[in-house]
Write a protein that binds this ligand. Structure first.
Ligand SMILES: *Cc1c(COP(=O)(O)O)cnc(C)c1O
Length: 359
């Protein structure tokens, strides 16, 4: 067996230790004689898995008591609709468009109410984060929406927008658990888990309790109501049991590493190795404004499409996989999530140096 360095943007690399543990427990989870995949979601064993996962996440993120944690299916996309359905009381919301994911959420919200794009960086192919210190926030906006880390373009909000008192809603899919956050600054934050936490097919929603009401848009399907899931402790219907189990293992792994402060330090160290190289390279260069750079997703190009393709191909043969950039941007992208070790990034940079010398 040989493992590659996997730079995929998602589904993405998971801690090897976690995968090994899951493999060991595959046929017999802690003496139950069955796999977690085979057990009832109402069983004591699964109830413990779910409760521990929530508790560990609360500890890691220091989630205040007045916030609920919901494990929902449908990934991030289902939340593009669930958010307006649950939060658009005035049927007005403001969106900051910093990439394709924000744009998709914005378009979805337009189905349900008046969604306004109050800022955008589309004029420069989303290569920066707009100044959000004094935006024309709508007086009757139910919330202001951002995509905090732009997976495709490699930018991140290093300062949250001034929402002028409105609720902040944030898609944190690709920066989830990469550093400490102050949950109390958000009304709702959520993310698909397949970028930095676990297998695909689930979203974690962290929402302030007072925003969970019966007062949803009339068209809201029962499954999409936050109240249904909050009241049922994420067991309204059969949840994605195995995914919750895997996420729970990753939470424990993160706690063992020392928590989110430690992860932030490591992520900064990893990102610096790559960005420092890019800044000094003759051949490769980064594609986004330096002050808006993401710690998680690092896009870069040579400026020559054929050379980019050659690099991706040779990198793959050398065991550095999934480095091809998103189809909308081209070039390369290295996603260096929590589970990517520093050695992986250093080895990639060594490979890039060699490629530069040869080309
Ligand atoms: C991947 C991604 C999504 C989409 O996630 P799905 O689970 O496929 O719906 C949304 N937002 C961001 C920031 C992402 O990185």
């Amino acid at each position: 067996m040989s493992r590659v360095y996997n730079f995929s943007a998602g589904p993405a690399v998971l801690p090897e230790e976690v995968l090994r543990e899951a493999a060991e427990e595959m046929l017999d989870y802690q003496g139950t004689g069955m796999s977690v995949m085979e057990m009832s979601h109402r069983s004591k064993a699964f109830e413990n898995i779910l409760n521990e996962a929530e508790q560990d996440l609360r500890e890691l993120m220091r989630i205040p008591e007045n916030y609920k944690v919901l494990f929902m299916q449908g990934g991030a996309h289902l939340q593009f609709a669930a958010i307006p359905m649950n939060l658009m009381k005035n049927r007005v919301a403001d969106y900051i468009i910093t990439g394709q994911w924000a744009k998709k959420a914005f378009k979805e919200a337009q189905i349900y109410g008046k969604a306004n794009a109050i800022a955008s960086s589309e004029d420069e192919t989303f290569s920066y984060i707009p100044d959000c210190s004094d935006l024309p926030v709508s007086p009757d906006a139910d919330y202001v929406y951002i995509c905090e880390n732009n997976t495709i373009y490699g930018t991140k909000f290093h300062t949250l927008p001034n929402t002028k008192g409105k609720i902040l809603v944030s898609d944190v899919s690709s920066c989830f658990l990469s550093e400490p956050v102050d949950v109390s600054k958000y009304g709702l934050l959520y993310g698909g888990v397949q970028k930095n936490i676990g297998p695909a097919g689930m979203a974690i929603v962290i929402i302030r309790e007072d925003l969970i009401t019966e007062d949803t848009l009339p068209c809201t399907p029962t499954y999409m109501k936050y109240k249904i899931h909050a009241d049922a402790n994420s067991l309204y219907n059969t949840p994605n049991c195995y995914c919750i189990y895997m996420c729970g293992k990753v939470f424990k792994w993160l706690k063992k590493q020392g928590g989110l402060g430690v992860m932030k330090g490591r992520n900064e160290e990893k990102a610096a190795v790559l960005y420092d190289f890019l800044d000094g390279s003759r051949l490769f260069h980064g594609t986004v404004r330096k002050e808006d750079r993401s710690l998680m997703n690092v896009p870069f190009v040579t400026g020559d499409k054929e050379l980019d393709a050659k690099f991706v191909k040779e990198a793959e043969s050398a065991g550095f996989v999934n480095l091809k950039g998103h189809r909308s941007v081209g070039g390369m992208r290295a996603s260096i999530y929590n589970a990517m070790p520093l050695e992986g990034v250093k080895a990639l940079v060594e490979f890039m140096k060699k490629f530069e010398e040869e080309n």
